[in-house]
Design a binder for this molecule. Sequence first.
Ligand SMILES: Nc1ncnc2c1ncn2[C@@H]1O[C@H](COP(=O)(O)OP(=O)(O)OP(=O)(O)O)[C@@H](O)[C@H]1O
Ligand SMILES: [Mg+2]
Length: 476
Amino acid sequence: MNEINSLTPRQTVEKLDQYIIGQDDAKRSVAIALRNRWRRQQVPPPLREEIAPKNIIMIGPTGVGKTEIARRLAHLAESPFLKVEASKFTEVGYVGRDVESMIRDLLQLAINMVAKEEENGVTGTAEQAAEERLLDLLLPPVPTHKPSGSVSHGDGKVISLAYNDVFGSDAASIDSHESAGQTREKFRKMLHSGELDERMVELAVSSAHPQGPMVEVFSSSGMEDMQSSLKDAFSKMFPGEKQTRKVPVPEALEILKKEEAQRLVDTESVTEKAIRRTEQSGIIFLDEIDKIASRGGAGSGSPDVSREGVQRDLLPIVEGSTVTTKYGPVRTDHILFIASGAFHLNKPSDLVPELQGRFPIRVNLHALGEEDFFRILTEPQNALVKQYTALMETEGIALTFAEEAIREMAKIAVEVNRKTEDIGARRLHTVMERVLDELSFDASERDRQPFTVTPEYVRSQLSEISNNEDLSRYIL
Ligand SMILES: Nc1ncnc2c1ncn2[C@@H]1O[C@H](COP(=O)(O)OP(=O)(O)OP(=O)(O)O)[C@@H](O)[C@H]1O
Ligand SMILES: [Mg+2]
């Protein structure tokens, strides 16, 4: 895979259009930011170092697509993508998460991403190897006169169950004069045809140390790297620690496949690739950047010094520096930062000047209206109308929405946003869920008849609630 994404801004915008309605300025800006990174990477060294990264700040109310745009951008650039809340960090030297941890987390994501790709790349080989190992398990190495007893096999990882325990009297049907090879092929056939699916097999499962998500669990301590390296150290100290489990044949096959895939993948090259990908195409989404901008904010009675400290800590990372991780050093020069905030109470100019300079691209996202909502409900590839239609299809119900019904939902969403709190397009989720509440509940028991959502139906499900402000607050 090409580590550096080479989409032109126009191509990027076209792809974003498939998921995000409106917000053309924002799409344009992130597309430019992505391309600028690529351009900077192409400039030869002495000058390249002089060119400051062109990161971006998205400014706009809640639920209008800020996170969604960044997430989609990362996805189509096939970039490791980390979303962090700027307000969660504390200044270096204080208890809490320091800003460098985001680079470590990003790298961990990249490692998981690359490892998965590499494992997918060896699926075929892993499947074959797993099948052989399973056959070894099912068949003692000398099949003729070995009625029972466990057999330690190969590298000792795998203990096969007593022949008769697994196959009971069926074993008798395997004639002893058959060659071992023939028996094996017979079993292979049975395995393929699913005849062995009900069988149990005993398997030594390595209690591999969990990767990735575990990092998050420890993250609040600010010591996550130390903890995970401790875990690593332990798993190296006791490498052979395995648990024996009795599992059905299909599950055993899955476990073995995974083990084989992991064995076939070279950890070192995964790490290397992941570091490269993090450095060259990583994207960090810094949410709530307005909360660390100091002046003029509510609650700024709390020491501004600390917020400013976080901003100062951010500077070297955004400008380009080297962060130490347990997998090795990571350069941050070309990581793309997309900051985002509502900036209700302050402005980007309230950030420390140096940080402002590193986020030269600014873009406003606007509040969404009725027409936007209508389009969001119907047009994106993952539009809610499409989602619910697919969900109902699993129950054998052909769900359709009359156009006017969708307009009605859009209208009600806007109303509720105005009357209670403006949560943007997120309102559509609650409105839709409410409209389909009854159907969702009894879909499984209904006759498989088509169901059309009409405007009257929408009103009957919602009017009482949406007209009552108090009820709306709780339900919609
Ligand atoms: N312009 C849009 N087009 C399509 N879907 C949208 C749009 N805006 C928001 N959504 C949908 O609304 C939900 C919330 O959007 P998103 O997470 O991007 O909000 P946000 O702007 O980041 O808000 P916040 O400031 O609260 O984080 C998502 O499910 C997203 O799919
Ligand atoms: Mg968001």
